[in-house]
Design a protein around this ligand. Structure first.
Ligand SMILES: NC(=O)C1=CN([C@@H]2O[C@H](COP(=O)(O)OP(=O)(O)OC[C@H]3O[C@@H](n4cnc5c(N)ncnc54)[C@H](OP(=O)(O)O)[C@@H]3O)[C@@H](O)[C@H]2O)C=CC1
Ligand SMILES: O=C(O)[C@@H]1CCC=N1
Length: 276
């Protein structure tokens, strides 16, 4: 086993699958990965890919250089306490949980007078499943430059990575890109419903809506123009787009998006208080 790249996912659900899909075969082999999950069906799925599995934390964990904690926030304390006896001196712990502070987690993993400082908080999103994720990272002061590079390379295999300074930064990333795919899917669903209401069939509406999102996103990524300029290019004076944008404006579309992000961020803060 290549210890430098050996990984353990604690929790083998959606997010672990999304990250592993980009890592296995590129940054590590299936045999470099251990998945701990109490759910037999989940373990069977991973074992089918050649990954080592276990139902609960055990001594196999200590040989894994990087642990990715990918359980629900409300289960993280119990999981951290169960994994703690298997920490090696050089284990790098990466938590993907929303709304669990680095202070709480480093306390659970460490000793009363010595919190675990080799800790990275990571906020990825589900497009990581196809190597197109967006991800925020923050590191405590026990993480070396080499370990930061390792985290950057691992997450960079599946996502655009930005580093933030603290837990507040991770909460901001959560409200934008962590939860963001759901906002986009909601918008696409609404476009499809609108297309069907105007007489297109399901397939036509879906195909046009997806191509529009993909095309507009690619254009925005590749263009040197501002988003406002690109928007204005679509908007003929007195035309159809202006009529549609007037409706968005009247309902304060930007305000609604901002309010939704405020709610996501407030929920992350409330979870941090609840789960500390
Ligand atoms: N989904 C997303 O878009 C994103 C999620 N996240 C974060 O990722 C984390 C995981 O979310 P997600 O992957 O969606 O959740 P899932 O429910 O898909 O995966 C969690 C897995 O952990 C298992 N599990 C439960 N208890 C334990 C335990 N004691 N030891 C090991 N495994 C356990 C669960 O089993 P069972 O189902 O039987 O309980 C489940 O298979 C969360 O903290 C979330 O905040 C972060 C960014 C984006
Ligand atoms: O909804 C959630 O809490 C998680 C965190 C970001 C995306 N899913």
């Amino acid at each position: 086993m290549n210890k430098e790249l050996s990984l353990a996912f604690i929790g083998g659900g959606n997010m672990a699958s999304a990250l592993a899909a980009g890592l296995i075969g590129k940054r590590c082999g299936a045999h470099d990965v251990l998945v701990i999950d109490p759910n037999q069906a989940v373990r069977d799925r991973w074992a089918g890919q050649g990954v080592a599995v276990a139902p609960e934390a055990d001594s196999k964990l200590s040989a894994r250089r990087v642990w990715i904690l990918a359980v629900k926030p409300q289960g993280l304390k119990e999981v951290a306490l169960a994994c703690k006896p298997h920490l090696a001196e050089d284990t790098l712990v990466i938590s993907v949980a929303a709304g669990v502070s680095s202070a709480a987690l480093s306390g659970w993993l460490g000793q009363p007078d010595r919190p675990w400082r080799r800790l990275v908080r990571c906020m990825p999103n589900t497009p990581a499943l196809i190597g197109a994720g967006a991800c925020g990272l923050m590191a405590l002061d026990g993480v070396s430059e080499d370990e930061r590079r390792l985290a950057q390379q691992m997450l960079g295999a599946v996502a655009q990575v930005v580093w933030v300074d603290d837990d507040a930064g991770i909460d901001a990333v959560t409200a934008l890109s962590g939860s963001g795919p759901a906002y986009v899917f909601l918008f696409i669903e609404a476009l499809i419903q609108g297309g069907i209401r105007h007489g297109l069939d399901d397939d036509q509406a879906r195909s046009l809506a997806l191509a529009t999102l993909t095309g507009a996103t690619q254009l925005a990524s590749l263009s040197h123009e501002s988003l406002a300029t690109l928007r204005e290019r679509v908007t003929s004076k007195g035309g159809t787009t202006a009529a549609a944008l007037d409706v968005f404006q009247a309902r304060d579309f930007a305000g609604i998006v901002g309010e939704a992000m405020d709610a996501a961020r407030a929920r992350a803060a409330a979870m941090a208080a609840e789960f500390s």
